[in-house]
Write a protein that binds this ligand. Structure first.
Ligand SMILES: [Zn+2]
Length: 210
């Protein structure tokens, strides 16, 4: 009877793919971008309108702990993986999984080989004004910069809460105040997006159906 307690994936609405007509269930209230699983078109959602923004290539399948649409549990909290973005940093890539949490909350699980981080968007005050001034190893207030880099978005699948562009490069930095805590700052076109969370042990990620 375990299944009764799990996350119920509520469909917010269903749209039809403007390219092929495939009915696409949308599971997140604020989804902006969805890839049609049938024809691979990228579809942008805005208010009540649905706009085709081209075809995206299929990501080469990679073994992963997660599957779109299959709920997981991390430390007694349930999440529904709805989409993923793949980023390249030259020799390799990593993936950012968009998870819908309880109460329609947005979470991101970043999987970079053996490193897993679970974060949520949160506008906390940061002790610096300009992303560009950050240097790895330097302290800013209670934070130390542990990584600063740029990455190219190479593709996506599923549904996402924001628009992304394939081929777009964005900069990011990881800040730590010790322990497993993590703040990630993404920087693009002069704007910073802040995510707060922590590094997690992948063994803490449990599949609901296995
Ligand atoms: Zn389609």
């Amino acid at each position: 009877m375990k299944r009764e307690a799990i996350y119920k994936s509520h469909i917010e609405k269903t749209i039809n793919c403007p390219q092929c007509g495939y009915p696409l269930p949308i599971y997140f209230k604020w989804t902006k971008l969805v890839q049609c699983p049938a024809c691979k078109s990228s579809i942008f959602l805005e208010d009540e309108s649905v706009k085709l923004i081209g075809k995206s290539s299929t990501l080469s399948p990679e073994p992963s702990l997660l599957t779109i649409g299959e709920p997981i549990i991390i430390e007694n909290k349930s999440f529904l993986p709805l989409g993923k973005i793949r980023y390249s940093y030259g020799r390799g890539f990593w993936e950012e999984w968009f998870l819908k949490g309880e109460s329609n909350r947005e979470f991101w699980l970043s999987i970079d080989e053996g490193d897993f981080a679970l974060e949520r968007p949160l506008n906390i005050p940061l002790p610096f004004k300009d992303f560009r001034e950050l240097q790895v190893g330097r302290e800013y207030g209670k934070y130390i910069v542990t990584e600063k880099n740029s990455a190219e978005c190479v593709g996506f699948e599923g549904e996402l809460p924001r628009e992304i562009k394939i081929g777009e490069v964005y900069e990011y930095a990881h800040l730590s105040k010790g322990g497993a805590s993590l703040v990630t700052v993404e920087y693009q076109n002069g704007n910073m997006r802040i995510f707060v969370g922590e590094w997690i042990d992948p063994f803490k990620i449990k599949r609901v159906y296995s």
